[in-house]
Write a protein that binds this ligand. Structure first.
Ligand SMILES: [Zn+2]
Length: 450
């Protein structure tokens, strides 16, 4: 006897959209049969409405939760509530902006305890950090369950998470390769930034000046260093939040030469354009920056061609004060766009305009990030996977109201934007998970599986 059956005229399965019944037992997908087959017997049933599609729960592999230490910016309770509301059933927490940073096993234990104490609405997994002097900690962190290691190649913005220089990067990647681990990097070159036009002090309100201060060449140069170090060490390498399309030829060449390389980009680089960012609108500030429309089109082409593997949020909130919204100063404002709850609708809105099918968007946002992080028990609607599911209405049009956002400080560049595609329900291990909506369940454990 199954616990639950979903009946869906449209469900995104690994082989494409199908009309199916999905049976759930003990939190896992136990059976998938055609919708036209005799009904699966189950204790309860959910029949999707005609305008709904059953998707695998999304896996967001790039989220900054900041708890403990900067919980006033964002915490596990609020971040995972936003995730659940956005159809995301697993987040992978970045190692920095919390205190401690996740750079050794004791700090990982502190992070895990904080996540568990917050009774998260979705599963949480963890990245470790590679910082100067901690190469000796990396294997133990890997054994303790982090999914990989994040590093910066320029100052990260917080003192407790310093960047690696080229020698430090080589040391870390050599060590990580020795146990088959994964290195992920924020790729901007400090020397290129230092040579770029600097922002006026005391009121850098022009967005064009901000973009000019963070040129694509800074990304391209740092990516060249990463690719070279990957070649020397054989270390699995992943480029986070690619913004510069001019790095794509080098990425393509490295992949066709067999380098174990993956690449992500983010909703804001795919849906927002430098030409539209108002001066002083620091809710649009992130690093690397949102670039021009021609660059954005090339990122879409690269996604469709498979040169970019996935789309993750880089949810990186802070307090409204640190965004300096009144001053509108791009030099001093904290950089980061917090869009965990909105990733699917904003990306789908643009994808649909471009004729990209939902199956492809689902791969970028669920199965690809699950595979990257080794969370291979989720990310697909398939037998034996965790029954993490999202009920999505792809044709419903609605307007983003910041008041409806669940993360701690609902500052967003998407305010009042009309989008198409609405998350109607989210299921974690076969149970609905969404704050203040219907029958509630919390995640009953913090996931740390690799
Ligand atoms: Zn980030």
């Amino acid at each position: 006897m199954l616990d639950l059956v979903f009946r869906a005229a449209r469900a995104v399965l690994p082989g494409g959209e199908r009309a199916v019944q999905v049976g759930v037992a003990d939190g896992r997908i136990a059976a998938i049969v055609p919708l036209s087959a005799p009904p699966l017997a189950a204790a309860s049933a959910v029949t999707l409405a005609d305008d709904e599609v059953l998707l695998p729960g999304l896996v967001d592999a790039h989220v900054h939760v900041n708890e403990p230490g900067r919980t006033e910016w964002e915490g596990y309770a609020t971040a995972t509530a936003a995730a659940a509301a956005g159809g995301v059933t697993t987040i992978v927490d970045m190692p920095l902006n919390s205190i401690p940073a996740t750079v050794d096993v004791p700090s990982l234990a502190v992070k895990r305890a904080a996540a568990a104490a917050a009774q998260p609405w979705v599963d949480v997994a963890f990245w470790g950090g590679a910082v100067p002097g901690n190469a000796g900690e990396l294997r133990a962190l890997h054994d303790a369950g982090v999914v990989g290691f994040k590093c910066f190649l320029l100052p990260s913005g917080v003192d407790e998470f310093p960047p690696l220089d080229p020698a430090g990067l080589l040391e870390a990647m050599t060590e990580i390769a020795s146990f088959g681990g994964l290195l992920i990097a924020h790729a901007e070159d400090e020397a290129v930034l230092a040579a770029a036009p600097s922002l006026p002090t005391g009121g850098a309100r022009r967005y064009a000046d901000f973009v000019a201060s963070r040129p694509a060449a800074a990304e391209d140069s740092a990516i060249a260093l990463l690719l070279d170090t990957a070649r020397r060490t054989g270390c699995r390498t992943h480029i986070v939040h690619l913004s510069s399309a001019s790095a794509l030829p080098a990425i393509r060449a490295a992949r066709s030469a067999g380098l174990p390389l993956t690449v992500e980009t983010c909703p804001h680089y795919l849906t927002l354009r430098a030409e539209e960012v108002p001066d002083g609108a620091t809710q649009f500030k992130c690093c690397p920056p949102i670039r021009d429309d021609a660059n954005r089109s090339r990122l879409w082409d690269a996604l469709r061609a498979g040169d970019i593997d996935m789309v993750v949020s880089d949810h990186s909130p802070c307090t409204p004060e640190l965004k300096l919204l009144d001053a509108g100063d791009f030099a001093a404002a904290w950089g980061g766009v917090a869009s965990l709850q909105l990733s699917l609708p904003v990306v789908w809105t643009e994808a649909a305009k471009r004729g990209v099918p939902l199956t492809e968007v689902t791969r970028w946002m669920a199965s690809a990030p699950a595979a990257l992080t080794g969370l291979t028990d989720r990310g697909l609607i398939a037998v034996d996977r965790q029954a993490d599911l999202c009920v999505f209405a792809p044709d419903t049009t609605w307007t983003i109201d910041p008041a409806a956002l669940r993360h701690r400080h609902p500052v967003t560049p998407y305010a009042n934007r009309e989008v198409t595609g609405q998350v109607r329900a989210t299921y974690l291990r076969g149970a609905p998970t969404a704050p203040n909506a219907g029958a509630l369940t919390h995640a009953d454990s913090v996931t740390s599986a690799r």
